[in-house]
Design a protein around this ligand. Structure first.
Ligand code: MLT
Length: 252
């Protein structure tokens, strides 16, 4: 069941998710954090639009008897009152990751929430690329890769990661649209050292300056985890659940 077409929205404002499987990318670092949480056993991830929404959501879940860790960033650092920041390296090193997380980031979680009306929206990162591609192929619809970008504009780090997904889908027979071809070219020029290319991007440089060079290298790692996450709405709340090849896994 080949996917016929793959398009790329280089920033969320260019995305038209209707009728398509959306792969939402914020490689540095929100969707890499989410890949790490899912890959290490998180069973629910609630994306929040703002830090205040994140604080409210954690409190609401607690009132309902669910303990959720509040994770995310503002200006790449943990906001006041949060349990964790937005570092995939930190989540990879924990003995156990939180089973339930609320994640609020500047670009990544708003981009994901903007795709809520897609028939299937997944977060995507190199860290679990094959699992995401497999789920996209099973969904059997055209694919739109949505780059979170930076300050609402296209960003090189997400374009490079989008190119990786385009390359995989083209190999499976999908035809790339013009922006997908652009992302593919960028990726092909960088694929021999994706970590270095990510580190050279605007946000990569900022993360390196802030002391997160290891995160940047980790975000370029391929297929460390084999779980994808699909966005659903439960009790009026968007939530990412791990998916297996048999569909959404609802292990509560
Ligand atoms: C974002 O959503 O803007 C990012 O993931 C920022 C970060 O690197 O923490």
């Amino acid at each position: 069941m080949p996917i016929r077409r793959v398009d790329v929205a280089l920033a969320p404002r260019f995305a038209e998710p209707a009728g398509r499987t959306c792969l939402v990318i914020d490689v540095l670092r929100a969707t890499s954090v989410i890949a790490t949480l899912l890959g290490r056993g998180a069973r629910a991830i609630y994306p929040a639009l703002t830090t205040d929404d994140g604080l409210t959501l954690r409190a609401q879940l607690a009132a309902e008897g669910t303990t959720a860790a509040l994770c995310g960033e503002r200006d790449a650092l943990p906001p006041e009152g949060f349990d964790y920041g937005n570092s995939p390296g930190v989540f990879a090193a924990l003995d156990r990751v939180p089973e339930v997380a609320v994640v609020a980031t500047t670009n990544g979680t708003p981009a994901l929430l903007a795709c809520i009306d897609a028939p299937l929206a997944m977060t995507a990162a190199p860290l679990h690329a094959t699992a995401v591609i497999r789920a996209a192929v099973e969904a059997d619809r055209d694919v739109l890769v949505v780059c979170s970008g930076l300050r609402r504009e296209p960003a090189e780090d997400d374009t490079l990661a989008a190119g990786l997904f385009v390359e995989r889908l083209v190999r499976l027979g999908a035809s790339p649209g013009p922006e997908a071809l652009f992302a593919l070219e960028r990726y092909e020029a960088a694929r021999d050292d994706l970590a270095a290319a990510l580190a050279q991007s605007e946000h990569g440089q900022r993360l390196v300056t802030l002391g997160f060079a290891e995160d940047v290298a980790l975000c370029a790692t391929l297929d460390r985890y084999n779980v994808a996450g699909a966005l659903t709405v439960e009790a009026g709340r968007p939530v990412l659940r791990p998916i297996t090849s048999k569909g959404v896994e609802v292990s509560r």
